[in-house]
Design a protein around this ligand. Structure first.
Ligand SMILES: Nc1ncnc2c1ncn2[C@@H]1O[C@H](COP(=O)(O)OP(=O)(O)O)[C@@H](O)[C@H]1O
Ligand SMILES: O=P(O)(O)OC[C@H]1O[C@](O)(COP(=O)(O)O)[C@@H](O)[C@@H]1O
Ligand SMILES: [Mg+2]
Length: 578
């Protein structure tokens, strides 16, 4: 462990440019290509306005900030990856600077091309020399499977791909910047951490003091900040970035989206979600076994999902043992025709038992009606929820014993923290690896103020505001919720009027549906992450390069040829990216 006061600080190349000097370069875009409207008092990127580039046929690039937007005359260096043997087999390893990723891929003949994001991946030129980089990593908010994998892969990516050796772990979330010690991270020290749940750095809610955090970054001469966390964390990262840019610092601020609830907007999915859905099966199985072993058995399982019911929805679809799934997005009622009690009674009569999955944020308004609502918040300002699982279990017991005089046998299982605290599964581990590598490539290339994530199966750099302006929610008028309703045959709890209203409110479902993503080859990343020899002679490499088509073509072909069929998860193949 290293204390904040004695951390090693290099004086080399730590740029601090005042606002005045930064204004001289405001019309040059990230790659010196794009230009912003002239004749304004201050550049858009200094006023937190979107950095938009318009192209033909309604094409819009929602670009991310870059050092050259506010720091003039920065030197660039060749990317050290060009001499890395793991990557020498790849014909076009570096991403074309004009590559962008479409936000919507379901289009019609006459559709405008729409919003795009900058494609993630390694660039030919970088804005840091290896020994100049002083990186730090922080984890904030609730736990999520995969946090340790992302930390590991950031450290290994920085070290193995870019020769960076100065990497600090900030302990205990945002407040750790100014109130806790730091820990020096090396590939050796993080070697096994992906096998453990939680985060080796610790985490916290609250404690976001922007100026103290940026002072700490500046004092320690940190120039790459990797911030792993959910929607709240990304809001915090955004204000840190704004302050850093206001001070004119050459410090890259990179957000890595983490949320077990999968409630972050724009992105395909967040890491840990797959693991959570898988682990939830164990609780659902247990509930099913318990319920099926007794007369009129009811198994109730509570899953996480404060404002979004994705875990509950996917766990239900995956299990096939669930009779009813309740989520925050779909209000329900208990009594009367079409209500929950009526449905439970029907299922018990038909099957003798039933399983109910409830997301923690579901039915909060119902509990609030029957209990005195406590409008409490946690340290980060998130609403503290009343326990729907316990409350609902009690209501069901009361109803059947006093109103129906029917003996039921209800078992309530709350596996929420057990699900959140496990290590990530194989699929999430690969996802975390690619995510961390994309983050490192972006920072090395001089981009800043962005969140990295897959969009339609390709990793992209997304401006913070796009991630934080809305939350991802289950669309109850979309096909996936309809699939769930049809698989459980539960009531929709909606009147015809409410359905019409919901349809009007929701965006048309032009987002990804099943099987629309492509699977791509990632052998190059795998060679690099294992640091193994590629066992190819120079000749073989050259021959392979001639035989292969450039990766962009390959990707496109795979997009058509490798469409998975019959897969019900919209992002099942979307971990390809980059
Ligand atoms: N609007 C905001 N501005 C700045 N910091 C924020 C904001 N919202 C949350 N944070 C900070 O982000 C961190 C994590 O937020 P939290 O909501 O607990 O988790 P998550 O990031 O997983 O949503 C906390 O330290 C919190 O203080
Ligand atoms: O008890 P804690 O640590 O506040 O966490 C509970 C909350 O964490 C969550 O997993 C979401 O966490 P984040 O906001 O950190 O993504 C919710 O599902 C749950 O309500
Ligand atoms: Mg959150």
């Amino acid at each position: 462990m290293e204390s904040a006061s004695n951390s090693f600080v290099s004086q080399k190349s730590y740029h601090t440019f005042g606002l005045r000097s930064s204004l001289s370069s405001i019309n040059a875009g990230a790659d010196g290509k794009f230009r912003f409207p002239l004749g304004r008092a201050m550049a858009p990127e200094l006023r937190n306005e979107p950095k938009l580039v318009h192209g033909e046929a309604g094409y819009v690039l929602e670009d991310v900030p870059h050092f050259v937007d506010y720091i003039p005359d920065l030197p660039t260096y060749p990317n050290p990856l060009q001499d890395n043997p793991a990557y020498s087999v790849v014909k076009q390893y570096f991403v074309n600077i004009d590559d962008t990723v479409a936000q919507k891929i379901v289009v019609h003949k006459s559709s405008p091309r729409g919003t795009h994001f900058r494609r993630a991946g390694p660039r030919q030129k970088v804005y840091f020399e290896s020994d100049e980089v002083h990186a730090c990593i922080v984890t904030c908010g609730g736990l999520c499977p995969g946090l340790n994998t992302v930390i590991r892969e950031l450290v290994c990516g920085l070290s193995h791909m870019y020769g960076v050796s100065r990497i600090l772990g900030i302990e205990g979330g945002y407040k750790g910047f100014y109130a806790r010690n730091t820990v020096h991270l090396t590939p050796k020290s993080v070697n096994d951490i992906h096998k453990r749940g939680g985060t080796i750095l610790g985490t916290s809610r609250g404690g976001h003091d922007t100026s103290k955090i940026v002072d700490s970054i500046q004092d320690r001469r940190i120039n790459q900040v990797y911030i792993i966390g959910g929607d709240g964390t990304q809001k915090g990262a955004s204000v840190i970035f704004q302050e850093i840019r206001r001070r004119g610092l050459k410090v890259s601020v990179v957000g890595i989206p983490k949320t077990i609830d999968n409630d972050i907007a724009v992105i395909d999915k967040s890491f840990g979600f797959d693991t959570a859905v898988e682990e939830a099966q164990r609780a659902i199985n247990a509930a099913h076994v318990e319920a099926g072993s007794v007369e009129h058995g009811i198994g109730v399982v509570k899953l996480m999902g404060r404002y979004s019911g994705f875990i509950a929805m996917y766990a239900t679809l995956a299990s096939r043992d669930v009779d009813c799934c309740l989520i925050p997005e779909s209000p329900f009622y208990l009594e009367g025709k079409g209500g929950l009690y009526e449905f439970i009674e029907k299922r018990l009569k038909e099957n003798g038992h039933m399983v109910l999955v409830v997301a923690e944020g579901a039915g909060q308004e119902l509990i609030a009606e029957s209990m005195r609502s406590m409008d409490h918040e946690d340290a980060s300002g998130n609403k503290l929820l009343l326990d729907i699982g316990l409350w609902l279990s009690q209501k069901i017991k009361d109803y059947f014993s006093s109103k129906k005089k029917m003996t039921i046998n209800l078992k309530y299982i709350d596996p929420t923290y057990m699900i959140r605290a496990i290590p990530s599964n194989a699929s999430d581990n690969v996802y975390c690896t690619l995510l961390a590598q994309s983050a490192v490539h972006g920072a090395m290339a001089g981009y800043t103020g962005f969140t990295v994530a897959p969009v339609n199966g390709r990793h992209a750099y997304i401006p913070f505001y796009r991630i934080t302006e809305t939350q991802n929610k289950v669309v109850i008028t979309d096909r996936m919720w309809a699939r769930l309703l049809s698989s459980t045959n539960q009531p929709s709890f909606l009147s015809q009027n409410a359905i019409e209203e919901a349809k009007k409110e929701e965006e048309p479902p032009t987002q990804l549906l099943e099987g629309e993503n492509s699977t791509n080859h990632h052998d190059e990343e795998l060679f690099s992450s294992a640091n193994q020899p590629n066992f190819l002679s120079h000749n073989a490499t050259e021959v392979a390069k001639k035989e292969e088509k450039p990766p962009t073509q390959l990707h496109e072909e795979n997009g058509v040829a490798n469409k998975p069929s019959g897969c019900c998860f919209r992002w099942c193949s979307s971990i390809s990216a980059m």
